[in-house]
Design a protein around this ligand. Structure first.
Ligand SMILES: Nc1ncnc2c1ncn2[C@@H]1O[C@H](COP(=O)(O)OP(=O)(O)OP(=O)(O)O)[C@@H](O)[C@H]1O
Length: 833
């Protein structure tokens, strides 16, 4: 940890020295902006020039134009982006061991030259400014080093214990083009260093503390100016294989994951043109974090998706009870879904003509084969009535109706050939024997039907010459299969199943019971079927986050529908870069967003997958995420102590399967940057219950403000609810007065809606959250309502409570009701020492 361990020089520098230092940084920033303006003009000129070349219209001119447009687009996008603090850091360095310079114009040596320090005095040999992007002066000297460049690493890694060449690290605070302040950390406080004959001053109390003390808003800030050494190790870890990061609440796992995405793109833009996927547990966390990457200069190549939005066209909006979530997330679902997909085929109604009489006979030209009343059961048969009923039901409601098995009848070679229900059933079973996706087995089933009809026709016996027999068979097949009615039969008998359709079919408790015979017990069948009844017959309706993983699994089991693949739009720049950065140019010309959205739609696999809050993925979700990174490298961040999944062993197996046998690199983050020590200490009591023996991360600061304990005491029922509402609102109001930023109120999941309505009048600085929604988020102040209610919600309830208690950056109140068994000081049983 750099700043944490650094000696913060007490702020003895006089105001005039501070002003002089700010002015010096202002002069540098002005120079940077002048250079940026020159670059913007250059880029605009290139764009104009490119447009003119485009009018010439020869292939060579087009290629040249495209290359120029790309370059210019990249520049313009980056330079036009408004950054609050484009330039945020500076390091003053001793002379290096060797005099080599890297591509960014900085000296590469990490260690100081012998004799760089003599009698604790030294001369600063190099000053580097660090910013969101690199900028070179016209003479190629570095005006700003990109924060991800190797030359910037000492800014994050230097500590007083291992300072390398760094004497002073400075964080520069600016807004727009104005420098507002500087904060210094001395890495060699014992050394008196001079720069251009003047002693190097140290100003401020340290940048990290300044950053941590800021009020929180509804969006996360990047930490680019104050990344700590242990975090930097993760961010800059090699991309290959799997990087696993564990750390307690507030250790910066999410921040590190986001910065790592930006770092990887910087390192190897070509490789990550395949896209980086960041998987987040909730849409709330996506909304909270998605501004960070643009602030780091990266957009377009990184998709941040909530677990409930990973499947195209599906968006989870509903919540399952913990019991149902446990069923849907479990690996047992694989087997059940395979059965359901096969079972759903049986539900298809046969295609009879509406009046049951079927199509008229169709005589073929050579008189060998005619098709007659092809697929209909006899009009008066029970099966026909059943079929008609089924069709009526189907037109009212497309849920696949249970129907009598059809028989298939053709007239060929002057006689009738018929496959009865049992024979069709046997054919279906035989086609399903393989493991191929159900929708893709249809051609095989079709072939088996034709084989059976051919065998029954006895025609094969009439041909001694195999060539003639093959020819006859070919004609036979063609005649049958080109018949519209045959195709209709096939559509009904082996319909194309959709994941949503199968999920909807599982809402039928009786059918589900059949399919789940060896997988779920009766109670589980009932719970699962009921939870799916909120979907309509097409499977449309409010999906839960766990339903989305089931849809993805079903997509695999069923296979892609058989329609012609949409040709990928040729991108003239693919051969140059494969980058979407072009969209920055195309955006300006209107078509970029559409194109990017389309490409994203088509993209189901990524070059790098980052999983945030990995401890929460269920086995089925690991399978879903794993499919998106089969050839990817991975970064997986999480904290087992915050897991809301009840069976960690089962999830670990699924995680191992998703990550495969790739070698793993492990890191642990140990410092809590979010919670003051007072809040972290209280939370650690729950950690001791939830995961005995697990270490809490060390809080980096303390505020002197102990958590508050409040009570509501009106028993249960509506009166109790009203009392709880009053107490919650009163405390939320009090906290609003205490902090400048946001207040999060965490309640048990089943009180979510209630709490939202209680708190709505307080405005948007207050957010009501169900316990599971609090994951990853943070607020200046947090109110946790009834810890016992949250802890009792599920087998993982204590860990969920631990999450709730670790969301506050400044103040925490715990509100207890009777069931919390509070003591005389209102401390609930679960939080007593
Ligand atoms: N080096 C840093 N400099 C400044 N702020 C930091 C630093 N590291 C982390 N933070 C801040 O600490 C807070 C917690 O970070 P983050 O949300 O990434 O932690 P986390 O480990 O993902 O937490 P949780 O497991 O509770 O979700 C954020 O506000 C983040 O900006």
């Amino acid at each position: 940890m750099a700043a944490h361990n650094a000696t913060h020089a007490p702020d003895h520098a006089s105001d005039s020295v501070r002003d002089r230092e700010i002015e010096a940084e202002q002069t540098h920033l002005d120079r940077v902006y002048r250079r940026l303006e020159e670059k913007i003009h250059e880029a605009e000129f290139l764009m104009d020039d490119a447009a003119k070349r485009g009018q010439v219209g020869t292939p060579g001119a087009y290629a040249e134009r495209d290359a120029q447009v790309f370059q210019a687009g990249v520049h313009l996008h980056r330079l036009n982006s408004e950054y609050e603090d484009f330039l945020f850091g500076r390091i003053d360095l001793l002379l290096g061991k060797d005099g080599k310079k890297g591509p960014d114009g900085a000296f590469t040596s990490v260690e100081p030259a012998d004799g760089a320090i003599e009698n604790n005095r030294a001369e600063i040999a190099e000053t580097l400014h660090i910013g969101r992007l690199g900028v070179l002066d016209a003479d190629y000297s570095p005006l700003v080093i990109d924060w991800r460049a190797p030359a910037a690493a000492p800014f994050y890694r230097a500590t007083p214990v291992a300072p390398g060449r760094v004497v002073r690290r400075r964080v520069i605070r600016s807004k727009g083009r104005k420098v507002l302040g500087v904060e210094d950390d001395l890495m060699r406080p014992e050394v008196t260093a001079t720069l251009a004959g003047r002693e190097l001053p140290a100003i401020g109390d340290g940048a990290l503390m300044a950053a941590l003390g800021r009020a929180r808003s509804h969006t996360m800030r990047d930490i680019v100016a104050s990344i700590q050494a242990e975090q930097d190790m993760v961010i800059r870890a090699p991309a290959a294989s799997v990087t696993e990061v564990e750390g307690g609440p507030g250790t910066g796992k999410t921040a590190v994951a986001l910065h790592r995405a930006a770092y990887l793109l910087y390192q190897d833009r070509r490789r990550y043109a395949g896209g980086i996927l960041i998987v987040s547990p909730t849409p709330l966390l996506v909304a909270y974090t998605e501004g960070v990457l643009p602030s780091l200069g990266e957009e377009g190549q990184v998709a941040i998706r909530a677990l409930g939005s990973l499947v195209e066209g599906a968006e989870a909006t509903a919540y399952d009870s913990p019991a149902v979530a446990r069923i849907k997330g479990s690996a047992r679902m694989q087997k059940l879904l395979r059965k359901a997909a096969r079972g759903a085929l049986e539900l298809a109604a046969p295609a009879a003509s509406p009046d049951g009489t079927g199509p008229a006979a169709a005589a073929d030209e050579d008189g060998q084969l005619s098709l007659e009343d092809l697929f209909a059961p006899p009009p008066d048969s029970g099966a026909a009535q059943e079929t008609r009923r089924a069709r009526r039901t189907r037109s009212r409601s497309p849920r696949p109706a249970a129907a009598a098995p059809a028989r298939l009848r053709v007239v060929a070679f002057g006689g009738r050939i018929e496959l009865d229900a049992d024979e069709l059933h046997a054919i279906r079973q035989s086609a399903l024997g393989g493991t191929a996706p159900v929708n893709l087995l249809r051609p095989r089933a079709r072939r088996l039907i034709l084989d059976a009809l051919w065998a029954k026709s006895g025609a094969a016996r009439r041909y001694t010459d195999p060539e003639l027999a093959a020819e006859a068979r070919e004609g036979f097949d063609e005649d049958i299969t080109t018949e519209h009615d045959f195709q209709e039969f096939l559509d009904s008998w082996w319909p194309e199943l959709t994941p949503r359709g199968v999920l909807a079919a599982m809402a039928d408790e009786r059918l589900l019971g059949r399919w789940a015979r060896r997988t779920l017990n009766q109670r589980e069948v009932r719970q699962l079927a009921r939870s799916l009844q909120r979907l309509d017959a097409h499977g449309h309706g409010p999906l839960s986050v766990h339903d989305v993983a089931l849809l993805d699994e079903l997509q695999l089991i069923l296979g892609a529908p058989m329609r012609p693949a949409r040709p990928r739009e040729a991108d003239p720049l693919d051969h140059l870069t494969g980058l979407e950065e072009l969209t920055t140019y195309a955006d300006r010309n209107g078509g970029g967003r559409r194109r990017r959205e389309r490409l994203e739609e088509e993209r189901t696999e990524y070059a790098h997958v980052i999983v945030d809050e990995a401890q929460d993925l269920t086995p089925m979700q690991w399978r879903m995420v794993g499919r998106r990174g089969r050839h990817a490298t991975w970064t997986v961040v999480g904290d087992p102590a915050q897991s809301s999944w009840s069976d960690p062993d089962e999830a670990a197996v699924a995680r191992d399967e998703a990550l495969g046998t790739r070698p793993r690199r492990r890191f642990t983050l140990t410092v809590n940057y979010r919670n003051p020590a007072e809040i972290a200490d209280l939370a650690s009591r729950v950690l001791a219950l939830a995961m005995p023996g697990m270490q809490s991360p060390k809080a980096v600061r303390s505020t002197g403000l102990e958590p508050r304990f409040a009570l509501t005491f009106d028993g249960s029922g509506p009166a109790g609810d009203q009392a709880l509402a009053r107490a919650t609102v009163a405390e939320a109001e009090r906290l609003l007065g205490e902090v400048d930023g946001t207040v999060g109120v965490v309640v048990a999941m089943n009180r979510r809606e209630q709490a939202r309505s209680w708190l709505a009048p307080l405005g948007d600085r207050v957010v009501a959250l169900g316990s599971l929604e609090a994951k990853g988020l943070e607020y200046d102040a947090t109110l946790v309502v009834s810890p016992a209610e949250i802890a009792d919600e599920s087998p993982a309830g204590l860990r969920v409570l631990y999450v709730a208690l670790t969301r506050a950056t400044q103040q925490l109140t715990v509100l207890s009701a009777e069931r919390d068994e509070p003591d005389a000081s209102a401390v609930p049983d679960l939080l007593r020492d």
